[in-house]
Design a protein around this ligand. Structure first.
Ligand code: AMP
Length: 213
């Protein structure tokens, strides 16, 4: 009996780049993931199912084995900590940068800084290494607003084109880390479903190496 694998995919921005990669790996979902309200999808491969969840939840599903494999941003993986899972492949999609940013032309105040972010763990670690005292303000979105309304001195956020920062009078200050999506594998699945996982990882390796159309 061939083993069944469940792959956890992130909704939103990453999905647009994930679907062509899945197609190059030979996996076609049975429904349109962008329009369907379903959360579980079968595919053209009888042994592969997909679940569609929030990006920040992907490592958790894979950690607990609710999905064998996941596709998640490095930002989300760093924030999660990586317990119970292996990062197997850089998929080289959804590339961007994690940066600190502040208001254009406004000097960063001395002393304890207020930093708003969706990534408290990465941010805490980053400023700890710099020896800078910070007060972390956890937000769930629209980080760019925080400095404008005086909620924070700085934000830590993802930047791609830089258009969102620019549109809000902000500028990137420090580069923290380059981000791209990664293929992650549940530790137990890697042992128990070794053959199936290995074959799937190889398909993704080929898909990454193939130039996109
Ligand atoms: P941009 O205006 O192109 O610099 O994009 C910045 C906005 O898009 C910010 O709100 C980011 O949080 C979000 N963003 C950019 N790249 C990514 C990505 N790879 N994954 C998730 N969100 C992203």
């Amino acid at each position: 009996m061939p083993e069944t694998l469940t792959i956890a995919l992130a909704k939103g921005r990453i999905l647009d780049e994930t679907l062509p990669l899945l197609a190059r790996a030979g996996i076609e979902p049975s429904d349109d993931l962008n329009t369907s309200r379903k959360l579980v999808f079968s595919t053209n491969q009888p042994t592969i199912n997909l679940v569609l969840i929030r990006s920040a939840d992907v490592p958790t599903y894979v950690q607990y084995g609710a999905a064998d494999i996941g596709i998640a941003g490095k930002d989300v993986l760093l924030e999660h900590g990586g317990e119970g899972l292996y990062e197997r492949l850089d998929l080289k999609i959804a590339r961007c940068r994690l940066v600190t940013a502040g208001i254009v032309g406004k000097p960063v105040p001395r002393g304890r800084l207020k930093v708003a972010t969706k990534y408290p763990e990465i941010t805490r670690q980053y400023f700890l290494e710099k020896g800078q005292q910070v007060e972390l303000i956890k937000l769930y979105g629209s980080m760019e607003l925080a400095p404008i309304v005086g909620l924070a001195d700085l934000i830590v956020d993802l930047v791609d084109t830089g258009n969102t920062l620019k549109a809000n009078g902000l500028v990137a200050i420090d580069h923290i880390v380059d981000i791209s999506s990664r293929l992650i594998v549940n530790r137990a699945s890697l042992k128990m479903k070794n053959q199936a996982v290995k074959e799937l990882v190889e398909k993704f390796e080929q898909a990454v190496a193939e130039p996109s159309a």
